[in-house]
Design a protein around this ligand. Structure first.
Ligand code: E4P
Length: 218
């Protein structure tokens, strides 16, 4: 399972990268705004800054919603760096754009996916990644994990190569559950990655090992 971090915060990206387990980064317009990154020039520069920190795919989202402008924007984003994956929303023109990008060798991440039918369309259009939003479904009392499982089954039935990128991950149990189901990638906040480290028995055990060592070596 690949680990992506879902943030535009350079310090957090660097921290995850230094841990040695980071495979990529996802961003979206809200995450960019949260970091105060505004204006086309600053936004494009920020994507390059992210690519220079992480050794892996970096999703950069188009903000156009019509085919022509999505293509124009996506081509500009893809030219920024070879790690860039163009993030395209699951709307009608988005599906057309996914197909265009796929035919033209530009990698894509189909975002805002909330149903198996949308995921099937994204795969048919040749998306590199599909992003089902697990946490946002859980937020409205709908089983987000079940969506991941349904997409896994559909993709396996037909051998689609589109990778399932479990998005809107909120905590460590989402990560574990997605790994059990067989999601190819997860993207979440830094805490969903570092939280996997924690177990009280590890801390207690280490404390005891070190205390015993000190007893015999002081
Ligand atoms: C996916 O790529 C999105 O950026 C993201 O995972 C959305 O997560 P949220 O629901 O926590 O905003």
């Amino acid at each position: 399972m690949k680990f992506f971090i879902d943030t535009a915060n350079l310090d957090q990206i660097a921290e995850a990268e230094q841990l040695g387990v980071l495979d990529g980064v996802t961003t979206n317009p809200s995450l960019m705004a949260k970091e105060g990154i505004t204006g086309t020039e600053n936004i494009l520069k920020h994507y390059v800054d992210i690519c220079n920190i992480v050794d892996g795919d970096v999703s950069a989202e188009v903000v156009a919603t019509d085919f022509d402008n999505m293509v124009k924007e996506g081509e500009e984003l893809a030219k920024l760096h070879d790690q860039i994956v163009v993030k395209v929303p699951m709307i009608k023109d988005g599906v057309k754009a996914l197909k265009y990008f796929s035919d033209n060798g530009i990698r894509t991440n189909c975002t805002l996916v909330f149903s198996p039918g949308q995921a099937l369309l994204a795969a048919k259009a040749g998306a590199t990644y599909v992003s089902p939003f697990l946490g946002r479904l859980d937020d409205i009392s709908t089983d987000g994990l079940n969506l991941i499982a349904e997409i896994r089954q559909i993709y396996d039935n037909y051998g689609f190569e589109t990778q399932i990128l479990a998005a809107s991950i909120r905590h460590t149990m989402h990560v574990i559950d997605c790994a059990k189901i067989g999601a190819d990638v997860m993207t979440g906040p830094l805490s969903s990655i570092t939280g996997l480290l924690k177990h009280p028995l590890t801390d207690i055990g280490l404390e005891k090992f070190l205390a015993d060592y000190r007893k015999g070596n002081s």
